[in-house]
Design a protein around this ligand. Structure first.
Ligand SMILES: Cc1cc2nc3c(=O)[nH]c(=O)nc-3n(C[C@H](O)[C@H](O)[C@H](O)COP(=O)(O)OP(=O)(O)OC[C@H]3O[C@@H](n4cnc5c(N)ncnc54)[C@H](O)[C@@H]3O)c2cc1C
Length: 334
């Protein structure tokens, strides 16, 4: 049994920053993540993508941000269980919890912080015969390392932010990028869509609209992808890679069974302290919802700071917490 003050479920950017905020208040954290590495969506989906809306960083590479968050958390010696999904929360008589994972790890904690992002996510796959034959052999659902695609022919399929962002990014890396989308307009950010249309007009990428994925083929590895245009004519494209980016299916997984109030796959919270309505359980980052919620990293950071001040009373019931700037107390490691 691992004993800790706070058990943080999810080691994405928000869970990692929560360690720092907890540490300032002398609360220890143990983090559990179903993925084999920390960083959540940033490390798993877009490690090499630049991010432009982290305060103080005009531009930061997603993996660098994760590395910096780990560095920032280091003085407070967080401990980790990675590659294991949290399945159960069992409330104890004194109000604390025992958390159990898919691999039977048990953590005893005074407070639970759910920073589970999109939940245990899986990519939405197109319904096409033989897709599975080429997974890992030309078909991938995530861009982990853009260098994989250097000087390769790449087809991206999709109309959301991921498809647009990666089309823009890979247009500078790959030999040729083709973006295929089933509609005439994109769901993703208008700025990104405008950039994609510009790239197509300049001949830097191929853009195929109103087309649907029909077939994938190759001899052991993917070499041809067939689309159907709106007149049902076939478009065959030779390629090294196909990256279908149709989003992640929002699977809350076990979190949905913990008696919390759920709205559209997110946990409803009280914005005064991001508590869930179940005593000693908080939810921060992409996993929570409230009027006006924005699924942005910086919003999760704010929620972590507020939430820790509320959780303090469960860890130190006999102490009064007075707010101080970090310059007063410093960052005292433990
Ligand atoms: C392509 C793309 C581009 C983006 N660009 C930006 C941007 O430029 N700026 C910005 O601010 N935001 C951006 N975002 C959104 C940003 O990534 C999220 O807001 C952020 O990742 C949320 O952080 P989080 O820590 O709440 O959750 P996540 O990063 O989703 O991490 C949650 C972690 O919880 C784990 N988990 C869930 N359930 C369990 C369980 N039961 N047991 C164990 N582990 C569990 C998951 O495995 C995951 O690792 C982008 C998102 C995408 C997809």
């Amino acid at each position: 049994m691992i004993h800790t003050d706070l058990c943080i479920i999810g080691a994405g950017p928000v869970g990692l920053f929560a360690v720092f905020e907890a540490g300032l208040l002398k609360m220890r954290c143990h983090l559990i993540d179903a993925l084999p590495q920390v960083g959540g969506q940033l490390s798993e989906i877009y490690p090499q993508k630049p991010i432009y809306d982290i305060p103080g960083y005009p531009e930061v590479n997603a993996q660098d941000l994760v590395d910096n968050l780990m560095e920032q958390a280091k003085p407070f010696s967080p401990t980790f269980t990675l590659g294991e999904r949290v399945d159960h929360l069992d409330k104890q008589e004194d109000g604390s919890f025992i958390v159990s994972t898919s691999d039977k790890t048990k953590v005893h904690a005074k407070v639970i912080i759910i920073a589970g992002g999109l939940g245990c996510f899986e990519p939405r796959k197109p319904v096409v015969e033989n897709l599975g034959l080429f997974e890992g052999k030309g078909i991938t659902y995530m861009v982990k390392n853009p260098e994989t695609f250097r000087d390769k022919k790449v087809i991206l399929a999709g109309g959301g932010d991921s498809a647009l962002d990666w089309t823009i990014f890979l247009s500078k890396v790959a030999k040729r990028v083709t973006l295929v989308h089933r509609n005439e307009t994109f769901r993703g950010a208008p700025d990104s869509a405008a950039k994609v249309f510009d790239l197509a007009n300049q001949g830097k990428i191929d853009l195929i609209l109103s087309a649907n994925l029909k077939e994938v083929s190759g001899n052991g590895v993917l070499d041809t992808v067939t689309f159907l245009d709106k007149s049902k004519a076939e478009i065959k494209i030779e390629t090294d890679y196909l990256i279908p980016l149709f989003g992640l299916s929002p699977k809350l997984g076990p979190i949905a069974d913990w008696g919390l109030s759920i709205d559209k796959n997110a946990i409803e919270v009280d914005t005064r302290d991001y508590s869930t309505g179940v005593d000693r359980i908080y939810a921060i980052g992409d996993i929570n919802t409230y009027p006006g919620k924005l699924k942005l990293i910086l919003c999760g950071f704010h929620e972590a700071a507020i939430m820790m001040h509320s959780a303090f009373k469960y860890v130190y019931p006999d102490q009064k917490l007075s707010f101080k700037y970090t310059t007063v107390n410093g960052v005292n490691s433990f």
